[in-house]
Design a protein around this ligand. Sequence first.
Ligand code: DX5
Ligand code: ZN
Length: 245
Amino acid sequence: APTAIIAPSILSADFASLGEDCSRTIRQGADWLHVDIMDGHFVPNLTFGPPVVVKIRKHVERPTQSYGKGTFDCHMMISEPKKWVKEFKNAGCDLYCFHYEAATSSAAESPEGISELKTNPKELIRYIHDNEMLAGIAIKPGTPVDVLYDILDNPQEKERPDMVLVMTVEPGFGGQKFMASCLPKVEELRKRYPELNIEVDGGLGPSTIDQAADAGANVIVAGSAVFGAKDPAEVIALLREAIEK
Ligand code: DX5
Ligand code: ZN
């Protein structure tokens, strides 16, 4: 399986000292920062947009290579994922992870009917790559994994995602209970795609990491478990060991 990547979710950081919280978690051993973008529409919560990403980018050195330390892994919990690609690229995003459900929903259509915002996952992945970011595709707990096979098996490299995010809570809030019922999707993906980057997000921490590791996840998001810890560096190391063992 690909290498372990630990991506603390800054949703659990102190927003009043966000820049410092971001640079500190990188110093404490994090590989990436997981940046949760919520629009109050795709999910019932609001976070922040490009101006905040611009500011925190100044506190975290840009990765020197794809997937490198300091990667901004932007988890786009928004109804119109295509609309924000360029803005997030310019703000400092390195990996743009959109939701399958948003890209395929008829809500992505404008009231007038056909909208240029309505797209399909393959086109959107190509568009993200054209904008020189890595592309991720996320699925909510209720979405079956097999909807992704056609996308992952695409012979067109530009239209294939660099990462799949399997949500292990309903997206919207930090600190929720881990849903082990989502792990068979991770197992299935790992069996079919030994080299795929598979990210899990929601309820991950010292008590749930082994299950996720056994299923085959290699990119681990953890918000409350890292930012709420007495010793975040220790938690980051523990998560990494569980994946690498
Ligand atoms: C939830 C977000 C997660 C969240 C995880 O919608 O996508 O990234 O911050 O928080 P924890 O690790 O506390 O479950
Ligand atoms: Zn997230």
